[in-house]
Ligand binder design. Structure first.
Ligand code: AMP
Ligand code: GLY
Length: 424
């Protein structure tokens, strides 16, 4: 099999790492990839949203399967373009990727399918949104309808904060057109859980659960980020919660998407709040999570490529994902300033020493190769350091031991990843 992965982050490095182990693989490309994927695959200088370029490359090189890691090409219609050229793609069509591209669409699907979720209203006029906030009160959640790189959601503890969010999103358009309309919803309480399912349009196979730490600051404080770290299978991912997530949330959504003529294929990511009434849907994403992917895939016992092929060809019925025993945790090293403005180009030393810690795999998230062969920071989230061990405590200890061997002046990480899971 000749496989092409699309993206350049830690998630795509982890996908490449897992696919590279498959006996089915003959050649692996990543577009555009990063210095981490360059060690496993051939990087191809194509932008993820260059649909024509990717399709032409896939045709020329006889690619058997395209695996998009990131959402932008899916929302832009990569799977449709590839389907038009007869090339298999393990990702949703643009119509099905609306589950991620629009918060409002997700809410409408949830409503139609009877999926448990927070009560909500949507607004395309700032005045009406401000008025609604006065009636609803705080705490309350304000969300940009469109894609905003994981930064379009404000969980407002006070009305002042909520009004400021509406002003920033709708009036100042800090995230551009993504804020043209907003969803305002009830604030849910409980523990967050990311549940993944591999889907073939009809069937869904559970593909791991992880808890992500989204806030930049320790104790889960400060602004939201793409994710500062994650743990595999936290204690609140009980078999009952997973079963309910699959039967009450994932499968009803799949049925509703198929009923609408837009079946969902690929990784469906359900962001859940697990509270006293069980799991409730916060959001869907049309792809694997990042850094969840770097946390879940090291625990996968089976052949990832075989599962992706089954999903693409509609043969998921016989697929079961099997998991290794023990714990897994990922800590993200970020560039100082993230999620605000940050500098790029500083050199990271000690990667080999850090990667030599037992049980540790370092996934490159935002790096580039310097002219003299060193690895330079080239993004907000720069490295995703995964540790696996007998249990979560050992996994975390190993990830932090690796981080302590890194020498990178401009980097920082949270020192408390996994605290909620360790608390029991
Ligand atoms: P989203 O982009 O929808 O995943 O939202 C980002 C983060 O905001 C989530 O991971 C939650 O931490 C938080 N959040 C979103 N919606 C709610 C809600 N209804 N209640 C409480 N927290 C929420
Ligand atoms: N870590 C959350 C996400 O990938 O959206």
């Amino acid at each position: 099999m000749r496989v092409l992965i699309i993206g350049s982050g830690g998630r795509e490095h982890a996908l490449a790492w897992a696919i590279a182990k498959s006996p089915l693989l003959s050649k692996l490309y990543v577009a555009p990839g990063n210095p981490g994927t360059a060690a496993l695959a051939e990087n191809v200088m194509l932008r993820p949203t260059d649909l024509a370029g990717i399709t032409a490359f896939a045709r020329e090189r006889g690619i058997d399967l395209v695996v998009p890691g990131t959402e932008a090409p899916l929302v832009a219609g990569l799977a449709d373009a590839l389907a038009g050229a007869g090339i298999a793609c393990c990702g949703p069509s643009a119509a099905a990727a609306r589950l991620e591209g629009s918060k409002l669409f997700t809410k409408q699907i949830a409503e139609a399918a009877g999926i448990p979720t927070a009560r909500w209203e949507s607004f395309s006029e700032a005045d009406a949104a401000h008025e609604y906030l006065e009636r609803a009160g705080a705490p309350i959640v304000v969300k940009a309808d469109g894609l905003a790189a994981g930064k379009g959601v404000v969980v407002a503890a006070s009305l002042a904060e909520a009004h400021a969010a509406v002003t920033a999103l709708m009036e100042e358009r800090v995230h551009g057109a993504a804020g043209a309309s907003v969803v305002i919803e009830e604030c849910l309480t409980g523990e967050e859980l990311s549940v993944f399912a591999l889907c073939d349009g009809e069937e869904a196979v559970f593909f791991g659960a992880a808890a992500d730490h989204k806030r930049v600051g320790e104790g889960d404080t400060g602004p939201n980020t793409g994710g500062m770290g994650a743990v595999f299978n936290p204690p609140w991912a009980t078999p009952e919660v997973i079963e309910r997530a699959m039967t009450e949330i994932i499968r009803p959504a799949l049925r509703e998407m198929a009923r609408r003529g837009t079946p969902f294929r690929g990784f469906l990511f359900a962001g859940l709040m697990v509270g006293p009434d069980g799991p409730q849907l916060i959001e869907f994403n049309a792809r694997f999570g990042d850094p969840e992917c770097e946390t879940v895939l090291p625990m996968l016992a089976g052949d990832l490529l075989a599962a992706l092929l089954a999903a693409t060809k509609g043969g998921l019925r016989d697929v079961r994902a099997a998991w290794r025993p023990g714990g897994s945790a990922t800590v993200v090293m970020c560039a100082r300033g993230y999620p605000g403005a940050y500098a790029t180009g500083s050199e990271i030393y000690g990667l080999d020493e850090a990667g030599a810690v037992p049980g540790v795999t370092i996934f490159h998230a935002g790096t580039m190769m310097g002219e003299t062969g060193g690895v330079l920071a080239n993004g907000g989230r720069v490295l995703a350091v995964n540790g696996v061990g007998q249990d979560l405590r050992e996994a975390l200890g190993r990830a932090y031991a690796a981080i302590d061997r890194l020498d990178w002046e401009d980097g920082f990480c949270r020192r408390d990843i996994g605290w909620r899971a360790l608390r029991g």
